[in-house]
Ligand binder design. Structure first.
Ligand code: ADP
Ligand code: MG
Length: 437
């Protein structure tokens, strides 16, 4: 602890930051050390360059204001750490600005696992530990807000930690296609190819944007092959499985499927509670257990929404003296539009009546068309109208696995687009279910 700064003053600074900018506060702030106060500059030492980068990018003003409030003096702050130049650290990732920035929160340590994402997480860890050897490519897919980008970045952090000299290219698919278009326009394909085909690790987020871009697909195919043949690791994410990306060339679908394709599904209640708890700890917010349960129960589809509710709750609590209880949580949750709650038994009942079938038929193993089709309709409706995970939905249909549910949903989605009669029937079913009759 600094000799120039009383312990209580430093505590006041941290408390000020925590109270006024809770969204920025991190548990590791408590390990920061104020090392010098000279010439109106307070030097604060962090444990490592990523922490320094985080502090510089997000917290400079907050800490300066906190230091001013605590000391009553006009003070600016400087963040540093031992042994490493922060600029060196930025270079590897920032390049010309087109590489995506890594969030310091998106680490494996901060990723909560459950049945919904265990495989994807385990594969991501394996790939980060043995790049090019464990699974190549690793393809992670799932709906929005379920942790794909978090896992991709955690892999990058780990790559970077293990091989700080490596050329890690972490980009969005849009950047890849934009670069490609620019390279073609400027006659600079050579540079483009050099850049992508010399990556040690290629990590591309939201690869579904390759859909319907024929020339980019062609280019990506060759990039992929070059890297793959020299055993360099490729990691991709998308909002759907390879086969579901519209108009993706068959040879790319088969390349993407040749490694490991892992789904991140919607988290169950237990996992959602663990996630909310982890987020409160990460941000040093004290939230009672019943509040955590209430948030996890009400927000059941998307982790990003869970985080949004937590942020709303923190903000509300600041205006009410900092206390968080169940009433405040209900107020924060009340801001979200209430959704009609539709259960799978209701869907099964409605569809079985419409098709004159028994419930046991829909839930059983028979594959005759007159049963298989209404069963797929049920799976489609369950996916559209409930927030249950694929696994949970499959459980209602004799324990069928997630691929069967995805297949059913995809089939009905496609048929609905070309069959007006089916479209009308589905509209009627959806209205009936939403009206609860
Ligand atoms: P996606 O890329 O799938 O749309 P993100 O990776 O951006 O989703 O995740 C959205 C937010 O939810 C991020 O802040 C991320 O940290 C958080 N998140 C998602 N899944 C988890 C998890 N299993 N554990 C902890 N945080 C998670
Ligand atoms: Mg994402």
């Amino acid at each position: 602890m600094a000799k120039l700064l009383a312990v209580s003053v430093w505590d006041d600074i941290l408390e000020h930051v925590r109270l006024h900018s809770p969204h920025l506060a991190r548990t590791w702030f408590f390990a920061l050390e104020p090392t010098e106060l000279a010439g109106g500059v307070l030097s604060i030492t962090a444990a490592n360059p990523p922490q320094v980068r985080y502090l510089n990018e997000h917290c400079r003003r907050t800490f300066a204001e906190a230091a001013q409030a605590a000391t009553g003096r006009l003070i600016s702050v400087r963040f540093e750490c031992e042994g490493q130049n922060e600029d060196d650290d930025m270079l590897a990732f920032e390049d010309d600005g087109s590489l995506l920035k890594l969030s310091d929160d998106y680490l494996f340590n901060n990723f909560i696992t459950g049945p919904c994402n265990r495989l994807a997480h385990a594969a991501a860890v394996a790939v980060a530990e043995s790049p090019g050897k464990a699974y190549n490519p690793l393809f992670i897919h799932g709906d929005v807000g379920l942790g794909k980008t978090h896992l991709l970045q955690a892999i990058c952090h780990e790559f970077k930690r293990r091989r700080s000299d490596a050329n890690i290219v972490y980009i969005s698919c849009e950047t890849f296609t934009n670069h490609f278009i620019q390279a073609v326009e400027r006659g600079a394909l050579h540079q483009f190819r050099y850049r992508y085909r010399h990556a040690d690790f290629l990590v591309i987020d939201d690869i579904q944007f390759l859909a319907e871009r024929e020339r980019s697909q062609e280019e990506f195919f060759h990039t992929f092959n070059t890297l793959y043949q020299s055993q360099r690791q490729i990691v991709l994410s998308a909002d759907c499985s390879p086969a579901e990306i519209p108009s993706l060339e068959e040879r790319l679908v088969s390349r993407f499927n040749s490694g490991l394709v892992a789904l991140v599904d919607r988290p169950c209640l237990e996992t959602r509670m663990a996630i909310v708890l982890a987020k409160t700890r990460l941000r040093c917010i004290d939230v009672p257990k019943d509040v955590i349960k209430a948030i996890a129960t009400h927000i059941d589809s998307n982790v990003r929404e869970l985080e949004g509710t937590l942020a709303k709750l923190t903000l509300l609590s600041q205006t009410r003296g900092g206390h968080i209880d169940i009433d405040l949580a209900m107020e924060a949750l009340g801001v979200c539009a209430p959704k009609p709650i539709i259960s799978i038994p209701e869907i099964l009942n409605t569809v079985s009546k419409r098709h004159n079938l028994r419930l046991s038929d829909l839930q059983g193993k028979k594959r005759t068309k007159s049963i298989a089709f209404p069963r797929q309709v049920c799976m489609y409706l369950a996916r559209e109208l409930t927030n249950l995970s694929l696994e949970e939905i499959g459980g209602y249909f004799g324990g069928r696995d997630h691929t069967t549910v995805i297949h059913g949903h995809r089939l009905i989605t496609k048929r609905r687009q070309v069959d007006p009669e089916l479209d009308l029937e589905l509209q009627n079913l959806q209205t009936t279910l939403k009206n609860g009759s």
